[in-house]
Structures are given as structure tokens and as C-alpha cells.
Design a protein around this ligand. Structure first.
Ligand code: PLP
Length: 404
């Protein structure tokens, strides 16, 4: 086989479908986020970033940076091994205590990413619990889908956030089979929020465990940043809460929080936990500082919600359609793949505004969008420049306006 020709022809078809991904070559500057330098063939340019998942700007918070400096000066660069073979540092132990406390659980277990935490936990539960059926929301993240696939257990996909469909599927399953319901709190692309309480009620009724991915909520919701389940007083009703250290906490890594026995079980049986080098102590130290700061400080969360509200009202004033949802994710609905990509390109090249277009297959065709994530660090002027740019390009594309 001509391998090179194969790779190229597969890439060509991505180009033809307009799905080829181009990464913006950015350099973030501590102290000036959301500003960044973009490296282009014509030289460097200053841009404003509008699509970062560093939702609160904690990636440059002085407390986080100081903790990371201290850890690297104190104990060097890498962890030096898997958690089992000399890779567990005191920072990992403290981080797991901090996370268990954040979610009101007995224990927590840290992984190298949120992706791995979903994949390893769901995969291990599905492989090890005899006859387990996993009920998975249709819009669950790729990492959950891959974990369930790897488990090779029975799986049932229920319609997104649809309690009637979930109940019908639970009722249709063998009443004696062990069950687990896997879902997210805030969904990344539409920014909608799951009915967590009602899902927990169904779980109780049918004897199922619950697995909640709070990746897009931790740090941002609840009095201490414990997520939507904390805000709604539901943390004790969830069997497992999963989160990331890489988005609102601004660092990197993933975790689950659950009972001591469950965390110990995953620690002891999950290949994706056991056979990989532990997070560097610097990352664990930075995450601890970030979580501690956000537990005590409502400032970032209040300012974040204020920025979101302000952006929505500026968009409404110009009649630019955006999806109305109860979260911090503001999807501006373009509804056309070529126009979505074009607006994003021109915003970047002519307005120095960076927002990645979201096209199929990430979202369904005809719902192509610009997914805007305002942070506490975007100023009023930033918001106005963004909406002004989108407004001008909206007219040039002859896109419909929303009726105010
Ligand atoms: C980003 C994401 C993950 C993966 O987390 P990482 O820490 O980035 O690996 C898991 N679940 C959802 C819903 C996500 O959006």
C-alpha cells in the first residue's frame, strides 16, 4: 500500500468538505489575557481571544503562577513515574483532598486529563461490573462515548436531556441488571443544562448509579465553584462527579470525585490511570491554588456572568441571533458552513478577533455557529468591538437578523 498517498487523499477529502482544521498559532501573554500574539506568515499580530475555555482567566492568575513557580523550584519538572511507581507526590495527595472537599465526596482521583478520566472510569466500570448497562445522553462528549465503547458493555443512548425517553429506556431494561446513567451538566455546544435532579430521581427509582461530567461548570457555578450540582444542592445525589483542571481552573488534568471504595476501585483497575506517568507536581500545585482561590472568591464568577449578560444584550440590540441558554456559552447562530468560516476568517484577519467557527460534525449542519466564551477579563470595549465586527460581517453576508 502507498501509505503517503492514502494519508493525502484522506486529507484532501477533509479539505473538500470544508472540515480541514487549521490551528491558530498563538502566544498568550501573562497579564494581558484575553490578548494574545498570533503568528502568521506575514509576521506577528495582536488578537483578542473569544473562544478560550480558560473561562475565568485562571491560567494567568497570580496565585496559580506563584504556586507553579514554587513547585518547580521546590521539586523540579516531572513526576518521574506512574502514581504507583514513585510518581505520587504530596501535591497529588493534597489535590485529591481539595477535590473531594469541593464536591462533598469521600475521595477523588486525579488523571492526566478530563478525557482520560471519562474514558478510564466509564471503561473500567463497564468492563468490571457484570451485566452493567450504561444509559448515555445522546450529546455526551467523545471521551465518554469512547469509554463506553471500550467497556464493551450494553449501552443505551437516550435523547438529549429527555426525561421521558430516559425513563422509557430504563423501564424497558432488565430490572435486575445493574445500571449507570452518564450525562453532563452544561453541554459545550448549546450551553444548555441537564435536569440533574429529575435524572437523579429516575436513577433512584430504577436503582441506577449516576455519572455527571461537570467539565463546563466546575469553578464557575455554585457558591464554591463545585458546579451546577453544587448550585442546586444535588452533589450528594450523584454517584460520580467528573471534572477537568484544564478549563475554568486554567491548568491541566482531570478527575473523578466519589466514594472511597469507588475511587479505590478505579485506582486499582483502570489501565488509563495505572499505566501512565502522573501529572507533573507543578500542574497539581497550580490546580490546588486555582481551586482554593475559586472556592473562596465569588468575584470571578459574578464578573463572568455579568460579561455574559452584557454580551447577550449587545447582540440583541443589533438583532444578531444567538442561542438563549442558561449558561456562559454564547453560540451566535450563522447556520451556513461557508459563511461561518468566512466570518471567522475576516474577524481574525481584519478585526484581530479570534473566534473559531464551529461546523459539522461538531454540530449538526445548518446550525453552524460562532461559540463565544466571554471571560471576566473582557472589557466593555472588547465586547463592543466584537459585536461591531460581527454586525458588519452579518450585513456583508446578508444574514437574517433576529426580531428584538
Ligand atoms: C473538554 C471536555 C472533556 C475533556 O477534558 P480535558 O481535560 O480537556 O481532557 C470532557 N468532557 C467534556 C464535556 C469536555 O468538553
Amino acid at each position: 500500500m502507498d501509505f503517503e498517498a492514502f494519508f493525502k487523499s484522506e486529507l484532501d477529502s477533509l479539505h473538500q468538505e470544508g472540515r480541514y482544521r487549521v490551528f491558530a498559532d498563538l502566544e498568550r501573554h501573562r497579564g494581558s489575557f484575553p490578548r494574545a500574539t498570533r503568528h502568521t506568515p506575514e509576521g506577528p499580530k495582536e488578537v483578542t481571544v473569544w473562544c478560550s475555555n480558560d473561562y475565568l482567566g485562571m491560567g494567568q492568575h497570580p496565585a496559580v503562577i506563584a504556586a507553579m513557580h514554587e513547585a518547580i523550584d521546590h521539586c523540579g519538572a516531572g513526576a518521574g513515574g506512574t502514581r504507583n511507581i514513585s510518581g505520587t507526590t504530596h501535591y497529588h495527595v493534597l489535590l485529591e483532598q481539595e477535590l473531594a472537599d469541593l464536591h462533598g465526596k469521600e475521595s477523588a482521583l486525579v488523571f492526566t486529563s478530563g478525557y482520560i478520566s471519562n474514558w478510564a472510569t466509564l471503561g473500567t466500570l463497564g468492563q468490571k461490573i457484570p451485566g452493567l448497562i450504561i444509559f448515555s445522553d445522546a450529546l455526551n462528549h467523545a471521551s465518554m462515548i469512547e469509554g463506553i465503547r471500550y467497556a464493551k458493555c450494553d449501552r443505551v443512548i437516550w435523547k438529549h436531556n429527555d426525561l421521558n425517553d430516559l425513563e422509557a429506556k430504563l423501564a424497558a431494561a432488565d430490572p435486575n441488571a445493574p445500571k449507570l446513567i452518564a450525562f453532563e451538566s452544561v453541554y459545550s455546544m448549546d450551553g444548555d443544562i441537564a435536569p440533574i435532579k429529575e435524572i437523579c430521581d429516575l436513577a433512584d427509582k430504577y436503582g441506577a448509579m449516576t455519572y455527571l461530567d461537570e467539565v463546563h461548570a466546575v469553578g464557575m457555578y455554585g457558591p464554591r465553584g463545585g458546579g451546577i450540582a453544587e448550585r442546586e444542592g444535588l452533589m450528594d445525589r450523584l454517584t460520580i462527579i467528573e471534572g477537568t483542571l484544564g478549563k475554568a481552573f486554567g491548568v491541566m488534568g482531570g478527575y473523578i470525585a466519589a466514594s472511597t471504595a469507588l475511587c479505590d476501585f478505579i485506582r486499582s483497575f483502570a489501565s488509563g490511570f495505572i499505566f501512565t506517568t502522573a501529572l507533573p507536581p507543578t500542574l497539581a500545585a497550580g490546580a490546588i491554588a486555582s481551586i482554593r482561590h475559586l472556592k473562596a472568591s465569588p468575584f470571578e464568577r459574578v464578573r463572568h456572568q455579568d460579561r455574559v449578560k452584557k454580551l447577550r444584550s449587545l447582540l440583541d440590540a443589533r438583532g444578531i441571533p444567538h442561542m438563549h441558554n442558561p449558561s456562559h456559552i454564547v453560540p451566535i447562530m450563522v447556520g451556513d458552513a461557508a459563511k461561518c468560516k468566512w466570518i471567522s476568517d475576516i474577524l481574525l484577519d481584519s478585526f484581530d478577533i479570534y473566534v473559531q467557527p464551529i461546523n459539522y460534525p461538531t454540530v449538526p449542519r445548518k446550525t453552524e455557529r460562532l461559540r463565544i466564551t466571554p471571560t471576566p477579563l473582557h472589557s466593555d470595549g472588547d465586547l463592543e468591538r466584537l459585536v461591531d465586527g460581527v454586525h458588519q460581517l452579518w450585513s456583508r453576508c446578508a444574514l437574517a437578523r433576529a426580531v428584538a
